[in-house]
Write a protein of this length. Structure first.
Length: 150
């Protein structure tokens, strides 16, 4: 499998998992404590994703793990503490969806999404290390997904 095909496959799997986690939408309209907690995680995920997007140079964001030609390394905003806040946001939203749906199927999809993002992060980190000489130092003092933990 070529490098580009591998990247597109990871993105396809990521979006497939997200779509499956969102389904059925009707579950999001029940007002139980667990559903409200799940919706709060979704809201936090959206806020984190927006903060990350605002922190980036315009035109830098892309869903493929390789940086765009005009990309600049972002180390401000949420990137001060975590290198992949967009992936953290996706995982928070996925966890919120798992709480809303509360099924084994959605737990398995969430674990699948986590695995896809793990491989996507590994691929992205390699590309960033090759592209930006300062990335190794940045990586040594920041966490991948969760501030102060991982």
């Amino acid at each position: 499998m070529s490098s580009a095909t591998h990247s597109y496959a990871l993105v396809f799997l990521q979006f497939l998992c997200i779509a499956l986690l969102a389904s059925p939408i009707s579950d999001f309209f029940s007002l139980t404590f667990v559903t409200i907690l799940g919706l709060m995680l979704l809201a936090d995920a959206v806020a984190l994703a927006l903060w990350a997007l605002i922190s980036m140079k315009r035109g830098t964001f892309r869903v493929l793990p390789e940086p765009s030609a005009n990309a600049q390394l972002t180390m401000n905003g949420p990137y001060q503490w975590i290198r992949h806040p967009m992936y953290t946001a996706v995982l928070l939203a996925g966890l919120g969806a798992v709480l809303v749906h509360a099924t084994l199927f959605h737990c398995i999809i969430f674990l699948s999404l986590s695995l896809v993002l793990y491989f996507k992060i590994r691929r992205e980190e390699t590309a960033l290390l090759n592209r930006y000489p300062e990335y190794a130092a940045y990586r040594s003092h920041s966490k991948a997904l969760v501030p102060f933990l991982y």
